[in-house]
Design a protein around this ligand. Sequence first.
Ligand SMILES: [Zn+2]
Length: 254
Amino acid sequence: MTGLTDTHCHLTCDELYEDASAVIARAKEAGVDSMMIMCTSPTELEHAFPIRESDPDTFRVAFGWFPEDASWVSDKELAYLEQLAAEHKIDVLGEIGLDYHFDTSFKEKQKDLMIRQIEIANRYGLPIAIHMRDASKDCMDILKTYAKTPIIFHCYSGSTETMKEALKLNSMISFAGTVTFKNNKQGPANVIACPADRILSETDAPFLAPVPKRGKRNEPAYVQYTVEKMAELKEMDPEDLKKQIRANFNSLFQ
Ligand SMILES: [Zn+2]
């Protein structure tokens, strides 16, 4: 296969960066020729720039302060992000959002950080990548009020009802390896319900490896298994789905 798209991989996180060139080689071998490198720290970002520079047709770079960073991020960190946006150093602002899964003790700080980052994206016309976990209501309320640029719902795992709300916005729904998991009923139902022209594929590597690699360290090459599963669920030719996903992804940057 060629023409596969991984819209969300943490290629420069510690687990993958130590053998990034081998990981990239395996991705290319598997036909993955569009990847977005998600960075959650300035160090990860500094490592991502030369990768994109070496192959700008394949790589895009994203940076944002993660929801859990809300406990410590100050104006200084937001100014850093604003400068990256102003200097066109990032292609997407994210991942940003709300995560109430482990800790609900600083919801207001999370919301404030999400809003301030969306405002930066708005000022520079950058698409945003959204992390939304056990926080659909607050997250959707913020997006409806503030988001003015295209939205990627990363590793979408909410209800079909919330997905339909999300589809009313200028958005794409990105699915990860979890849709291949045997015990997952909601993910496949969402893939089926998502219109083909609004769907994206991702790994979220090094996390969430799809079947048949479940439990292993994930990497972009494995997006093939998720796309195969999505095509089966949607009763689409995998080639057609891959082309559609690529067109969807590219449309975010026009
Ligand atoms: Zn991620």
